[in-house]
Design a protein. Structure first.
Length: 167
């Protein structure tokens, strides 16, 4: 390739990468993979119907539903609600699916219990915010900086809020 062609290609690549969120890597990719494989999850309150987001939601999309992987589901009661005062065990993954409209899954908001991960917060949670197509909206390396304050509010259970807002 000639020099000017290289420059052209480089500019094109950077233009495209600006218009899209970055693809996931590391712990983001691991969370995303488990979310899309969707193997052995249990829905909150045992139902996959879309819920209207609560008044307290920090997420702009109007509809949501939340599921727990096999490890996290060990902390649900017989009705699929989170037990009082639990601490989710290592390997727990909680996935909130966010929808712009009922036909279009837009993004996954995720909590992964991985205390030894470099991006875990003080409670051992790694925070994921990844679009349906894999684009990373907020990388785990931000350590939930835009999430934790709200999720620490009174009535949270190990940082989770479904029980409080969907009792
Ligand atoms: C202003 C408050 C607020 C902020 C900021 C916020 N959330 Fe939430 N989140 C909620 C509420 C309220 C719920 C309960 C469901 C709902 O109404 O959205 C929730 C639910 C969740 C759940 C389902 C598990 C549960 O029970 O809490 C996950 C996972 C989640 N949020 C991830 C995130 C991530 C990741 C971020 C940051 C990128 C974030 N949240 C920022 C308020 C917030």
């Amino acid at each position: 390739m000639r020099f000017h062609q290289v420059v052209c290609v480089t500019i094109l690549i950077s233009l495209f990468s600006c218009t899209k969120d970055k693809p996931p890597s590391g712990i983001d990719a691991a969370m995303y993979q488990e979310a899309i494989e969707n193997d052995g999850f249990t829905w909150y309150k045992l139902t996959d119907v879309l819920l209207d987001k609560s008044a307290g939601s920090g997420h702009p999309q109007p509809y949501l539903r939340t599921r727990f992987n096999g490890i996290a589901a060990s902390q649900l009661d017989g009705n699929g609600k989170v037990l009082d005062n639990v601490s989710f065990p290592e390997g727990s993954l909680i996935v909130k699916e966010l929808y712009d409209n009922p036909q279009a899954l837009f993004r996954y908001a995720m909590l992964l219990k991985a205390s030894n991960n470099e991006f875990a917060d003080n409670n051992g949670w790694v925070w994921g915010y990844i679009n349906e197509d894999g684009g990373v909206a907020i990388p785990a390396e931000e350590k939930g900086a835009q999430c934790i304050n709200c999720h620490s509010q009174q009535g949270n259970i190990d940082g989770t809020l479904m029980n409080k807002f969907f009792p």
